[in-house]
Design a protein around this ligand. Sequence first.
Ligand SMILES: Cc1cc2nc3c(=O)[nH]c(=O)nc-3n(C[C@H](O)[C@H](O)[C@H](O)COP(=O)(O)OP(=O)(O)OC[C@H]3O[C@@H](n4cnc5c(N)ncnc54)[C@H](O)[C@@H]3O)c2cc1C
Length: 290
Amino acid sequence: MQVPAPFEYARASSVDEAIELLERLGPDSRLVAGGHSLLPMMKLRLATPEHLIDINPLAGELGYIAEEGGEARIGAMTRHREVLESDLLARHFPIMRDAEHKIADPPVRNRGTIGGALCQADPSEDLSAVCAALKANVVIRGRGGERVVDMVAFHRGPYETAVGDAEMLVEVRVPVRPHGGSAYEKVERRAGDWAVASAGAALWLDGANVADAGIALSAVNPSGVRCERAEQALIGRPPSEEAFAEAARLAAEDCEPIADQRGSAEYKRHLAQELTHRALRRAAERALAS
Ligand SMILES: Cc1cc2nc3c(=O)[nH]c(=O)nc-3n(C[C@H](O)[C@H](O)[C@H](O)COP(=O)(O)OP(=O)(O)OC[C@H]3O[C@@H](n4cnc5c(N)ncnc54)[C@H](O)[C@@H]3O)c2cc1C
């Protein structure tokens, strides 16, 4: 079945109006941003919202990338292409450009948004791993105001986030920290495909040692993309091959891949280890050069 079930369509012209519409139309209403995840699900009738609230008119209000208060702030309607092309993001967080180069293709990147990508919470989605590795926070707005949530609390499970009824994600905030480097490694079956497995890593140095680390995997876990045991194994140690190998082994041990058309669980676990090691090595090179 490639035809969506019937639905009513509304356009929101401001964030406040979008929230008001969500509240009025109830839990069977859904926001649509780029539509690259929601519309295919509707065509397959995996999603059957009764009301679609189009937030593309909010591209002006929520489509921005700015540095403010020690953070990079990315509006929820910022398209993948804008993330890819942002020199500000590439300078502070090269992991973002690494990942965007590997996400889908230009037609998808021209429409798909960072807010839609994170809220879809697909376990194979790349920007969730990127934001988790960078220890980003997201801003969720509802009628009662805004709350700021970290990526661990944001991801509740596959396709499930902390965004409640009549709420929307409005902004992603990534702390800009000194002496940092980050990188993303992905294996896909063909260019633009979803990951067989991927790994994001961020390191922050204090002198000769790792002061903090963020490691997150995609496509090898049902949810919860951060690898905290692997991160802890790096802290206080020099950024060496030995430390990276241990962290990569822990990340692979702690992930829960499943066999599917993209590969066996063993193959994905092997990739998780190898890609984590490579991402850490490249993140460290960048941190040392920064
Ligand atoms: C062919 C193809 C290949 C792809 N390959 C990849 C890939 O390799 N890697 C990857 O990571 N992604 C991939 N994607 C997904 C792509 O990145 C989408 O852009 C992304 O998943 C969703 O963004 P969107 O703006 O299109 O969201 P939409 O489809 O509009 O929405 C997705 C969900 O998020 C909700 N939502 C949207 N915005 C908000 C908001 N501001 N607040 C609250 N809820 C919101 C919607 O209600 C919906 O439930 C691919 C997609 C396609 C079609």
